[in-house]
Design a protein around this ligand. Structure first.
Ligand code: F6P
Length: 348
């Protein structure tokens, strides 16, 4: 079979490890691979690249994606589905391995229903994709954020400051809770829990009144805030831009700065904010993510061998299993609140 491989959505450490695993396993079984550049855009624009043993050599440890990526949505392009199907036929592609998160795999699920042979591999640093315990990239992001929190601890302590650390997580607080727990954060704020600024300041004041002169607050970028300026009943997102992408997502960022201002105003503690942003998505994947990405890639080819189209590789416990694309994109996997409760034991 001729397998088209694409990576879509935000990049993520481990993408190259998946591409390498798919190509190596496919070639071993006598298949042929072709790279589709920049996600679904490459399929719309017939932008293909050779994928052989040489092209995937030396990429296991490299961040980013050798195929490039985009947030192109086939279903937002006029006749997108028709164009994609024609281009697949013209390029003699028998099936596609789509490596992506909720948006990329959402398109994959629709194309599968339209008759395209597709399997998926679950990717996102946010870890909010349903039907898999973990996505690759998440562990790397958590490690980067944890190291940042460790570093911020020493400077916060030296200056008697509160430091607010903003981490990624558009809809889910997985990165915030994992990195916050690992880094010993004094408060963690996540999209799944309404933020009460008075409560936050109360926790900090109590902590400082027992002799602590510094605090670390970890906040997900997707937290909704209710402040004097943002008076929506449920609070509102803090946006770094009003622009929306092709999947309708607004660009988040900046909640940490607003929170820091509010904390300083309400408590009198000198407060600073650090936004980790795309640093969490860049660079080499951790060993855990390299192994997970490799297992996912090999399994995806096994799905293709069995013609289990419409499915993706998923992690359940320590096993790689199949999960339907519909299950994966049907709903978001938000934070397990029992985990949040464990983290909350250490607040203050
Ligand atoms: O891919 C997930 C994610 O990293 C989110 O955590 C974040 O909100 C978003 O992507 C940022 O997207 P962009 O790459 O468009 O800045």
């Amino acid at each position: 079979m001729k397998i088209g491989v694409l990576t879509g959505g935000g990049d993520c450490p481990g993408l190259n490890a998946v591409i390498r695993a798919v190509v190596r396993k496919a070639l071993l079984l006598g298949h042929e691979c072709i790279g589709i550049k920049e996600g679904w855009r490459g399929l719309l624009e017939k932008n293909f690249v050779k994928l052989d043993l040489d092209s995937v050599s030396g990429i296991l440890h490299r961040g980013g994606t050798i195929l490039g990526t985009s947030r192109t949505n086939v279903y937002k392009v006029e006749n997108g589905e028709k164009i994609v199907k024609e281009n697949i036929k013209e390029a003699n592609i028998d099936c596609i391995c789509a490596i992506g998160g909720e948006d990329t795999l959402g398109v994959a699920a629709k194309l599968f229903k339209a008759g395209v042979n597709i399997v998926g591999v679950p990717k996102t640093i946010d870890n909010d994709l349903n039907a898999t315990d973990y996505t690759f990239g998440f562990d790397t992001a958590v490690n980067i954020a944890t190291e940042a929190i460790d570093r911020l601890h020493t400077t916060a302590e030296s200056h008697n400051r509160v430091i607010v650390v903003e981490v990624m997580g558009r809809h889910a607080g997985w990165i915030a809770v994992h990195a916050g727990m690992a880094g010993g954060a004094d408060i963690i704020l996540v999209p799944e829990k309404p933020v009460n600024l008075e409560e936050v300041c109360d926790i900090l004041t109590k902590r400082h009144s027992r002799g602590k002169s510094f605090s670390i607050v970890v906040v997900s970028e997707g937290v909704k805030l209710q402040t004097e300026e943002q008076t929506d009943k449920d609070g509102s997102f803090v946006l770094s831009s009003m622009q929306k992408d092709a999947f309708g997502h607004v660009r988040l960022g900046g909640v940490g700065n607003i929170l820091a201002e509010e904390i300083e105003k309400r408590t009198g503690f000198e407060t600073r904010a650090t936004v980790l942003g795309h640093i969490q998505r860049g660079g080499s994947p951790t060993a855990f993510d390299r192994v997970l990405a490799t297992r996912f890639g090999v399994f995806a080819v096994e799905l293709i061998e069995k013609r289990r189209f419409g499915y993706m590789a998923a992690l359940r416990g320590n096993e790689i299993v199949e999960a339907s694309l519909d299950d994966a994109v049907g709903k978001l996997k938000t934070l397990d609140l029992r985990l949040y409760d464990v983290a909350a034991t250490f607040f203050g």
